[in-house]
Write a protein that binds this ligand. Structure first.
Ligand code: AMP
Length: 341
């Protein structure tokens, strides 16, 4: 009997609830400090308690997961807690394509895949000397927006960079990636691609609620100028959105181009959930500044289904449940190796 396992954070509740609804045994790899929280939820059958998530590579944890015939569902916490080589060497089947997670974490590879997908991508600024317009400085990896800042000149960049170094948030220039700031309203497009049916499903869209940038608008301009704050983009939660219906055709096209490019560049391709992240400008044109090659936390909004999943399924379908259903179908058709790596 296959079990579904994930790490205790990010979207674990949604993933395991969906797995239980599809009839799976559910396992949570849980840090001891969070045990009390996760014991509250009866759809979690088993907790494997660890001091840190790095224990996922250790024999004790691996053999427990193997005994349960577990498939691991990767999410943002896996990427932020383990580096790409550690993830690639996990000895348990990982849902989707674990090799593409390296393309999510490495800025250069990420840019390559987005360009190959023919997405409209903001320009990268190779050197702080080249800053001549509004630029966002971002940290590498899944930093969740913490320590990001906006700048318009090299002088201002150096001042803000040094402040973050003094606060111990970054070590130096190498920790930062500079990208042209894209104007518009943000939208995080959530998809699921099934290699079993070769079909792409658009699942939902959200925007992030980020501290402190989203709080700044509540402070009048004179006080904004008075306070010496480098506003961060740290994600606190997510807000649902529905798009103008006229935008949907391009949403599907972008997703399909991404799936095609991933098939070309990183075998076996973009299997399972992913997200294209960016902004719509005043002409409804989308600029993609990021992608996530696995389930995103914004899908937590739609545990009972989203306005888009409702058009595809006649029952409440969360992304977590959709993943479980894919595993169920693959298992029935003896195709588990097609949807795991
Ligand atoms: P990320 O880690 O790239 O998802 O970025 C965190 C947040 O920074 C996003 O949710 C956006 O609010 C903002 N952001 C990142 N890149 C850009 C960009 N190129 N233009 C505008 N906003 C951005």
């Amino acid at each position: 009997m296959t079990s579904i396992a994930t790490l205790g954070s990010h979207c674990a509740l949604q993933v395991l609830k969906g797995a239980k609804d599809e009839g799976f045994n559910t396992i949570l790899v849980c840090e001891k400090k969070r045990e009390k929280l996760y014991r509250r939820f009866k759809f979690i059958d088993k907790l494997i308690l660890v001091d840190t998530f790095l224990e996922l590579s250790e024999q004790k944890c691996v053999s427990q997961l193997k005994d349960e015939d577990a498939v691991i569902i990767p999410h943002g916490t896996l990427i932020s807690q383990m580096d790409s080589s550690q993830i690639e060497s996990i000895k348990i089947p990982i849902f989707g394509n674990k090799w593409i997670l390296r393309w999510e974490s490495d800025r250069k590879m990420k840019e390559k895949l987005m360009i190959e997908s023919n997405l409209n991508v903001p320009k990268t600024i190779p050197n702080p000397k080249d800053i001549s317009s509004l630029v966002i400085a971002k940290r590498h990896g899944a930093a969740g927006g913490k320590g990001y800042f906006l700048t318009t000149s090299e002088k201002d960049y150096v001042k803000k960079r040094d402040k973050l170094i003094a606060q111990g948030i970054i070590k130096g220039d190498n920790d930062l990636y500079l990208q042209e700031y894209a104007f518009g309203v943000s939208a995080y497009l959530q998809y699921f691609y099934s290699p079993l049916t070769d079909e792409l499903e658009f699942f939902g869209v959200d925007r992030r609620y980020e501290s402190d940038i989203d709080g700044l608008g509540r402070i009048p301009a004179p006080q904004q100028i008075d306070i010496d704050l480098i506003p961060s983009f740290n994600v606190i939660g997510n807000i649902p959105i529905v798009l103008r219906e006229s935008l949907l055709d391009e949403v599907y096209s972008m997703g399909e181009r991404f799936v095609d490019a991933a098939k070309k560049l990183v075998t076996p391709g973009m299997n399972g959930p992913f997200c294209l992240e960016g902004v719509y400008d005043d002409n409804g044109k989308f600029t993609t500044f990021e992608f996530s090659a696995r389930i995103v936390a914004g899908t937590n909004l739609y545990v009972d289904g989203s306005p888009y999943s409702t058009f595809l399924y006649n029952e409440p379908m969360s992304m977590g449940r959709r993943i479980a259903r894919e595993i169920k179908k693959a298992r029935k058709e003896n195709q588990l190796t097609k949807i795991t790596t």
